[in-house]
Design a protein around this ligand. Sequence first.
Ligand code: GTP
Ligand code: MG
Length: 198
Amino acid sequence: MKISSAEFVMSNSEVAKCPNEPLPEYAFIGRSNVGKSSLINMLTDRKNLAKTSGRPGKTQLINHFKINNNWFLVDLPGYGYAQVSKKDKKTFQKYITNYFLERQQLVCSFVLIDIRHKPQTIDLEFMQWMGENGIPFSIIFTKADKLRPMAIQRQVADYINYLQKDMWEEAPHYFITSSSKKAGRDEVLAYIDTINLE
Ligand code: GTP
Ligand code: MG
């Protein structure tokens, strides 16, 4: 898919105030610092469309980016960042859960997992919550440039086996990406394209 336009539309904390156009949207969620905003920049081939940072907790609102004038990518705050206050953590959690539960335009979500990590409770609980609430998602493994090819295959196989054994009969669809190396871009965009055409 060719990205001919990508523009920031708005940031906000309330689902009710998100754009009210009936366009399909795709959201990126995962731990703080996993690479959600970087992935949006990689997919759109725009360096600074979404704000990124080496420090976790950068994205703090629901951010809508309009792509090719007919669908949205949505950047969300990360979960699991230990340094934010309890009150802020609760507020973020609320934006996120409300967004997933209430956003009618949401077509598919991507849960991002750092490819270097073994399954972590916070991600597993989040995916479990998505499943229980009937919110479809795919997994995107990020930062694949940090591992050698053999280690990538092993980490992904272990992760997917773990999910199949402990959570679901069928593991979610998944992608392997590196924003710094622009890997996995075509696959994720082709997947979005297929859903858009359905
Ligand atoms: P929050 O907004 O804080 O929730 O974080 P985020 O998930 O949006 O992460 P962000 O995209 O801001 O990236 C966090 C850090 O990881 C930055 O230093 C990025 O440069 C780095 N990063 C993101 N993607 C990759 C990748 O594919 N490879 C490598 N090596 N670093 C990456
Ligand atoms: Mg971010």
